[in-house]
Design a binder for this molecule. Structure first.
Ligand code: GLP
Length: 244
């Protein structure tokens, strides 16, 4: 794992958008997995601008959504579906067949998990996985205590996630479970970028990078990835011992 520190959220997001651009240029048929949330929003917006400016052909790209709130419909502005529609699918007119998101309204969530696992396997694995980090150290909905060996699964959400998660919703949402890719997917991804910005993420970034690798703090798994990059802004790096 490597640590990369940027002056601010904009510079960080620009570097991540460039990473996606160069992935598509070197491998047009790549498989890209993306998180939703506040952290990668600017990355998505900058990527959209860059694709338009350079008229980049993204028609071969396969996109996979990292996770979704169970029982929250795609029309809800707090859903991950809504985020991807708003930030990428609509602005770039990406055909639905290129984008694979968990159907968290399904009454067969187990089948959804196996469908996503098979899709990733059949497409040769994930080339680039871009994730954020929750205030409890989760990645996607891989909550504290999760097995590092899981592929896609449904999980009861941790108290912190239930509280912090309300920030995405206009009115109080009934949150209980999440459906998510697993940390085995992360370990098997050819490249992983974990993004964090802002002072409020400084504590979890330190635990991710400088403390023990443990499933009670899932993001610490990043330390074990040979091609893993923790990309943060100065504020999120402010509590690190190693700042260079
Ligand atoms: C959310 C999602 C994650 C996301 C993380 C951080 O609950 N399940 O996929 O990366 O928490 O979100 P944010 O970027 O909004 O801080």
């Amino acid at each position: 794992m490597q640590l990369k520190i940027y002056d601010d959220h904009h510079k960080l997001s620009d570097a991540v958008a460039d990473e996606i651009m160069s992935l598509v240029k070197t491998k047009p048929g790549a498989v890209l997995c993306l998180a939703s949330g506040e952290t990668p929003r600017l990355t998505c917006q900058l990527f959209v601008q860059k694709v338009k400016n350079e008229k980049l052909d993204i028609s071969q790209l396969t996109m996979i959504g990292l996770d979704e709130w169970v029982n929250i419909p795609p029309s809800n502005e707090g859903s991950c579906h809504y985020f991807f529609k708003n930030e990428l699918i609509n602005p770039l007119h990406i055909p639905e067949k290129q984008v694979h998101l968990f159907d968290a309204m399904s009454d067969k969530l187990e089948n959804e998990c196996r469908r996503m696992d098979a899709l990733i396997r059949n497409n040769g694995g994930i080339d680039l996985m871009i994730v954020g980090i929750g205030m409890n150290g989760h990645i996607g909905f891989n909550e504290p205590g999760v097995s590092f060996d899981n592929y896609s699964h449904v999980i009861d959400l941790d108290e912190t996630t239930l509280t912090v998660g309300q920030k995405y919703f206009k009115s109080k949402a009934t949150l209980q479970k999440g459906i998510t890719l697993g940390l085995k997917h992360l370990q098997e991804s050819k490249k992983v970028l974990l993004l964090a910005n802002g002072a409020k993420k400084a504590g979890v970034v330190t635990k991710t990078v400088e403390e023990e690798v443990t499933n009670t703090f899932p993001a610490s798994i990043m330390q074990t990835h040979a091609n893993g990059f923790v990309m943060v802004d100065r504020e999120a790096a402010s509590l690190l011992k190693q700042k260079n």
